[in-house]
Write a protein that binds this ligand. Structure first.
Ligand code: HEM
Length: 374
């Protein structure tokens, strides 16, 4: 059987049509603008890491690790070199360096491996001066009920693929060889669908593609080595399914400001219609001022970031792995999160239980982190 036909069969068997996740997202009945077939491999080398502005794959794992010796930056460089070598192969459907099961590498299904560094990775004297100024904990928010077990780590690896077997194989390739030099703190597994577990269409409003250079990618103006990288805010947000389901459908729509059937704003009829926050009916705002979109909507041009929500479902716990990418989280993300903490109707059913901030490395020419150590 040829490679292509075998891959088509495999993805077909997973319920995906053709090769693309765009088509899978279209399965929710939405006219997604990105519903083009996607090639099944993503580049590993390039100006930016794949897996950040890439149309979302259906499965993802975020791996949080601490360095056993933070003062040893050569050890960190060694880890990044090794991961780069493996990821360069695995993303192209080739076996990893010490792969005992190369068959599991043969269906990359848009595998991406993206690495970020937390504040603790900048402890060694050689790296201390290279930490971006925004790489610090978010302010404490009144809604937070943060659990240490989902907290900040020194390193994060975001692995994503349309095939959960490929993903599992890659996660193994990343974690197994670094066990003597790192401590695995958490793996957050999620899936992307186009809807979240509250049934809401999620991920509609995003920065325009032609604003990525300005809003997402770092230009190196503060830390030269970060040019082409970005920041990741990773929040784990529990969603209370029992109390949400107790609310009637209209109440659920008012809390968000959008309809459940196609995600249109309450002032419109299609998902991508612009919400009209000033519209009233009988003197009452059609989109309540306390609704999630009224509170979250940008109030200045800088208050924009790329949202990549993955669902997690570990019964009885469900929620979102909320990943937000932006050039500067302090300027772009924090004001929005503060408004949501102050008043957001959704807070009644959602609780942030994990929070971490990372510097996502620029893309690799030779290996990830080369500009940091260069
Ligand atoms: C929009 C759900 C947490 C920021 C939305 C939408 C939904 C949603 C359904 C409307 C569709 C869309 O544009 O994607 C949720 C749920 C959350 C959550 C269930 C928690 C469990 C957050 C957090 C932030 C955030 C933590 C950032 C601090 C936004 C923004 C928009 C949005 C900026 C677009 C607002 C607009 O301009 O219309 N969210 N969200 N959300 N959300 Fe969330």
């Amino acid at each position: 059987m040829s490679r292509v036909s075998r891959r088509t069969l495999l993805t077909g068997g997973l319920g995906l049509t053709g090769l693309g996740v765009g088509a899978a997202a279209a399965g929710v009945g939405l006219a997604r603008e990105d519903a083009q077939p996607e090639p099944s491999t993503l580049p590993f080398f390039g100006v930016h890491q794949s897996g950040i502005v890439t149309p979302m794959q259906t499965h993802a794992s975020f791996i949080g690790l601490d360095l056993l010796d933070r003062s040893d930056h050569d050890a960190l460089r060694g880890i990044l070199r090794m991961w780069s070598q493996d990821a360069a192969n695995l993303t192209q459907g080739k076996a990893g360096f010490s792969d005992t099961e190369p068959e599991l590498a043969s269906t990359p299904a848009r595998l991406s491996v993206a690495v970020g560094l937390g504040r603790g990775a900048f402890t060694s004297p050689a790296l201390a001066g290279r930490r971006p100024s925004w790489l610090r904990p978010l302010p404490a928010f009144a809604i937070d009920r943060l659990e240490e077990r989902w907290g900040q780590t020194d390193v994060v690896v975001h692995v994503a693929s349309d095939d959960p077997m490929t993903l599992a194989h890659a996660v193994r390739a990343i974690t197994a060889p670094v066990r003597r030099r790192t401590r695995l703190r958490w793996v957050q597994q999620g899936f992307h669908h186009g809807r979240n577990l509250f049934g809401q269409v999620d991920g509609t409003v995003q920065p325009a593609d032609d604003r990525h250079d300005d809003l997402v990618w770092d230009d190196g103006s503060e830390q030269g080595w970060m040019a082409g990288g970005t920041s990741l805010v990773l929040r784990r947000i529990a969603m209370n399914m029992d109390t949400w389901e107790a609310l009637d459908r209209h109440g659920r729509e008012l809390s968000t400001g959008r309809t459940l059937d196609n995600g249109a704003p309450l002032t419109g009829s299609n998902e991508h219609d612009q919400p009209v926050f000033t519209a009233t009916r009988g003197g009452i705002p059609v989109i309540p001022e306390s609704s999630h979109i009224a509170r979250a909507h940008q109030r200045s041009d800088r208050e924009q970031f790329l949202r990549r929500p993955y669902n997690y479902d570990v019964p009885p716990d469900s929620g979102l792995i909320f990943a937000a990418y932006q050039r500067d989280p302090v300027v772009q993300y924090v004001p929005v999160q503060q408004r949501l903490s102050d008043a957001d109707a959704l807070n009644e059913w959602t609780t942030p239980i994990g929070s971490a901030v990372y510097a996502m490395l620029p893309g690799a020419r030779e290996y990830l982190g080369e500009t940091l150590f260069g």
